[in-house]
Design a protein around this ligand. Structure first.
Ligand SMILES: *[C@@H]1O[C@H](CO)[C@@H](O)[C@H](O)[C@H]1NC(C)=O
Length: 155
């Protein structure tokens, strides 16, 4: 605003330019990444999250399984996690699957220039193996990119 006022004498065009810059800065501030709502990853898995302070809760519905049936009959499991504050928070969450495997994701929520939200994560999936001899075979590692579908209050 002060910039606009001091520039007024130099011409309306410059002032309009300065106002535009102010608006862009305001828009950036409003578009904090909010994880509460429904997400989908590149495989079609669905993630429903609610954040309350530094904690996240939710439901993960996976589109894939390490072994048929590993994630249970409806492929759904409870999500428990933590999240930082700030405009683009870091997040870590875990899931325990019906047949005893568990998985954790760590990542960060970003707001893209167009306003879309993404959650870029790395994950590890641990399947139970019969002994420490087979330990090498127990863990899978990958990356997931979730895109935001809708906020929690929408149908
Ligand atoms: C995040 O979005 C949910 C609804 O989707 C809303 O209830 C909540 O207030 C939002 N949180 C912040 C910090 O804006």
């Amino acid at each position: 605003m002060r910039f606009c006022l001091t520039m007024k004498s130099s011409g309306v065009g410059l002032c309009v330019l300065a106002l535009g810059m102010c608006q862009i800065i305001i828009a950036r501030k409003v578009l904090d990444c909010n994880v509460t709502g429904e997400w989908r990853n590149e495989l079609g898995s669905r993630l429903l999250l609610t954040s309350v302070g530094p904690e996240v809760r939710g439901v993960y519905r996976t589109a894939v399984e390490s072994v048929r049936g590993a994630a249970g009959p409806n492929r759904e499991a409870k999500v428990i996690g933590v999240i930082s504050d700030g405009p683009q928070p870091t997040i870590a969450f875990s899931v325990l699957w019906a047949k005893g495997s568990c998985a954790s994701w760590v990542g960060q929520c970003f707001t893209l220039p167009g306003g879309d939200q993404v959650l870029n994560t790395l994950w590890m999936l641990r399947s139970a193996v019969s002994s420490s001899m087979n330990d090498w075979d127990g863990t899978r590692l990958g990356d997931d990119r979730f895109v935001f579908l809708r906020g929690a209050e929408s149908p």
